[in-house]
Write a protein that binds this ligand. Structure first.
Ligand code: GUN
Length: 303
């Protein structure tokens, strides 16, 4: 094949996530057999947001499929801050609950940070609590946010475990993805740039990177000619855009990267859908097993 027609390896996050879920299920079986413990994940959904309802349903289903206990709590859109804190405190005290996830976004009248920080840090399987951010930042055992942890697994599966000295750029600086992602890459000895809406010459910054993680939430913003030949491109974006070619009013999902363009240049790239997306819940289940083991003072079983 000539250089001009070379296409990047497609990183199959769906398959990797399936394998990870199987490993989680094996750990759960061993925990039950060796210690008579069943990990439990509690998910709290406030209001009726349709996308959140789909996420929560999928989480519940995959939790049960992995052999764990799933607890789901739904609260009215007009639940108060103290209703929600009370719910979190009950779950903190419940010995059958090892992981607590409060589905975001929360209604506007709720102070999200206060709710997240009310969760027992040892049960914070999202890794959003300020204690876990601090632990991650200072190299202590932390619950690591699921999406960046999943991205790291895909990067290492593609490039190998040794990322020392590679240049990485994270486009986006959210607390949930961008910042922890940069920290994980730094911990892996990458030279890390965090880019954002005020970055000057974003194409030039991306062109230097061996690893590009796009997490800005803007459809197909990262173009093919921003990518260094052979780079590993991880697309965290999930954007719904009009697809008139499929019929009137139809839509399709695209990432933050122009896939068709970037696939001509990159060495490897995650598709949307089927790349990073499926990793998030799989890592959440794995985090729940880890939390359960730490809470019970037992080693995480090998899988
Ligand atoms: N909403 C969308 N993704 C997530 C997630 O990973 N965790 C929480 N808590 N809310 C979300």
């Amino acid at each position: 094949m000539s250089e001009a027609t070379k296409i990047a390896k497609k990183i199959d996050g769906k398959a990797f996530a399936e394998g990870l879920r199987q490993r989680v299920a094996l750990k759960v079986t061993k925990l039950k057999g060796q210690h008579d413990i069943t990990p439990g994940l509690a998910v709290v959904l406030v209001g009726e947001d349709p996308a959140s309802q789909v996420y929560v349903r999928n989480k519940g289903k995959q939790t049960v499929e992995a052999g764990m206990n799933s607890f789901e709590f739904r609260m009215d859109e007009d639940a108060t801050q103290s209703d929600l804190v009370e719910m979190v405190e009950e779950l903190n005290a419940d010995p059958n609950v090892h992981g607590i996830l409060v589905q975001l976004p929360l209604p506007r009248h709720i102070d999200e940070a206060e709710i997240i920080n009310a969760i027992d840090p040892n049960k914070d399987v999202d890794g959003f609590h300020v204690i876990n951010s601090g632990r991650l930042m200072t190299g202590q055992d932390a619950m690591v946010p699921c999406t960046p942890a999943g991205c790291m697994m895909l990067i290492k599966d593609t490039l190998g475990n040794d990322l020392s000295g590679k240049r990485a750029i994270v486009v986006g600086r959210s607390n949930i993805v961008g910042k922890p992602m940069a920290q994980l890459l730094l911990d892996a000895n990458c030279t890390v740039t965090i880019a954002h809406s005020r970055t000057q010459d974003l194409p030039g910054e991306c062109q230097r990177a061996d690893i590009v993680v796009a997490a800005v939430g803007r459809a197909e913003m990262v173009k093919g000619d921003w990518i260094k030949p052979g780079a590993c491109v991880i697309d965290v974006g999930i954007n719904r855009v009009p697809a008139p070619e499929k019929g009137e009013g139809k839509t399709r999902l695209v990432g933050d990267v122009d896939y068709a363009g970037a696939a001509q240049v990159a060495g490897s790239i995650t598709p949307v859908p089927g790349g990073v997306g499926p990793m998030t819940i799989a890592v959440l289940l794995d985090n729940t097993v880890t939390a359960c083991c730490r809470i019970n003072g037992v080693d995480v079983p090998k899988a």
